[in-house]
Design a protein around this ligand. Structure first.
Ligand SMILES: *Cc1c(COP(=O)(O)O)cnc(C)c1O
Length: 459
């Protein structure tokens, strides 16, 4: 196996708290600072002289067939030098996600143009794969035999797949109640031990963190800084696809706030290394019912973030009340002169339908980006001429119920269903509904339907 481009480890862990800044060896099995409990960064002693032409190396690898080069994460391995042996790498060819124009969504948001990078086209259907491959590499480096996470779905799906590929136990803690079926299906299929906790996401998180201290489980939630190392490569791949031209804005949905933190770190590292001339501005978008970061900003950015006790949104991937990485997110927004926006359930649902009209399916959480942009353009924070990229985080097929309910006028913010609806309120308006039509099995009738249809332009 080629070890080309796998530099010797120059990595260490460092507490992000400015009053602490304690450092640890990268081979220590810790998730937060032992001194103060703060979040940790993976840091590197860069050998700048060796990195001056690294972008050319990254570009050259696009012609290679080696799995470490075709991975949209490990292609950038000079900027992930915590790996001590290529044998630690478990790859499913993660990353490699397309960047597309979304002209209708651009118009809807009030922008001249909009590009979307669809992380939902990862092997398990979300950007979690970018981080899971690096988290799993660190797990292998530490010799872990079992990996675990708490998750509303996509992290479990990804962990389950990478654990299966690595041949270690995968254990996922999922909250009781609403969880998108596509994601649960994946965890089960990939053979993870799936523990449905009688509690919400935050309860599941607290339990798994405790168990990672008291048992040999290796924790692969995004509190683990090695996850974010993989997610930072979304920034690298995006820029590579743009010939290293930096956009004005990059927009992401925010749940646990790991992804915005990772993007911030990725862009900042490229900038610090002199590989890009400026930073894009980051915008993170939260759902109204799960917007603790937006509330912290609105309340004047003082003290600690106040968790939302009962986070509520149909965008289950961002239904998080107590985001682990909030301080890293604040730092990323500081670095990039970024902003935090809030959107309603109705705005998320309509933005998702608008992306659909561009031929782009995504999870509800992902559509929060376009909804957020619409707000930010109308508030004159984002210029209509700006060069904007929205990161679509998850695949449409993760949560098909949401989509069908929207288009058939049956999407409610509060609903209980057994086989049929037993209780429903808070109906969302299917602004851009595309409802299936009942027609007889009769060619004469259908002929007329089709001829009528051809009289009008396509939707
Ligand atoms: C995990 C996830 C998010 C939220 O990302 P954070 O890093 O937790 O902020 C958004 N959308 C999808 C589809 C996700 O899987």
């Amino acid at each position: 196996m080629s070890s080309e481009g796998f530099p010797r480890a120059t990595a260490y862990l460092q507490c992000i708290e400015t009053t602490c800044r304690a450092t640890y060896d990268a081979s220590e099995r810790i998730y937060t600072c032992e001194q103060c409990g703060g979040l940790l960064d993976v840091q590197y002693e860069w050998q700048r002289a060796r990195l001056f032409d690294v972008l050319e190396t990254f570009d050259a690898r696009r012609a290679s067939f080696h799995p470490h080069d075709t991975s949209g994460v490990w292609r950038f391995r000079e900027l992930l030098p915590f790996v001590t042996s290529p044998a630690q790498i478990v790859t499913l060819g993660e990353g490699n996600t397309p960047v597309w124009d979304a002209p209708r969504s651009a118009g809807y948001a009030g922008l001249k143009r909009l590009a979307v990078k669809h992380q939902g086209l990862n092997p398990t259907g979300s950007f979690k794969d970018n981080g899971m491959t690096t988290g799993m590499a660190q797990a292998r480096r530490l010799g872990a035999r079992a990996v675990a996470c708490a998750s509303t779905g996509n992290t479990s799906a990804s962990l389950a797949a990478y654990a299966a590929r690595a041949g270690v136990h995968g254990i996922v803690f999922i909250p009781g109640g609403r969880i998108a079926y596509g994601k649960l299906a994946q965890s089960l299929d990939y053979g993870a031990v799936t523990l449905q906790i009688e509690g919400n996401f935050d309860d599941a998180m607290r339990l798994v963190r405790e168990l990672a201290r008291t048992t040999p489980l290796y924790l692969l939630n995004s509190v683990n800084p090695f996850r974010l190392e993989g997610q930072k490569t979304i920034a690298f791949e995006l820029l590579q696809q743009r010939r290293w031209r930096v956009p004005d804005w990059v927009v992401v949905p925010g749940g646990n706030l790991g992804n915005v933190s990772a993007l911030g770190k990725g862009f900042k590292e490229l900038h610090n290394l002199g590989l890009i001339a400026r930073l894009p501005r980051l915008a993170v978008v939260q759902a109204e019912g799960a917007a603790p970061l937006a509330q912290w900003y609105a309340a004047g950015q003082t003290g600690n973030l106040a968790p939302v006790a009962r986070p509520k949104t149909l965008a289950t991937a961002i239904q998080i009340g107590n985001p682990v990485s909030w301080l890293k997110a604040v730092r990323a927004l500081e670095w990039t002169n970024g902003v935090c926006a809030v959107v309603s359930e109705q705005e998320i649902a309509d933005a998702k339908a608008m992306l659909g009209r561009d031929g782009i399916g995504c999870e509800p959480a992902s559509a929060a980006t376009v909804a957020g942009l619409r707000r930010l353009v109308s508030e004159r924070v984002v210029d209509p001429d700006a060069d904007v990229v929205a990161i679509l985080t998850g695949n449409a097929l993760k949560d098909p119920d949401f989509t069908v309910q929207y288009h058939t006028g049956q999407l409610y913010t509060d609903a209980e269903r057994e086989t049929h609806l037993t209780h429903a309120e808070g109906k969302l308006v299917p602004t851009f509904a595309n409802t299936p039509r009942q027609v007889p099995a009769d060619a004469t009738v259908l002929r007329q339907v089709i001829l009528d249809l051809l009289e009008t332009p396509p939707a």
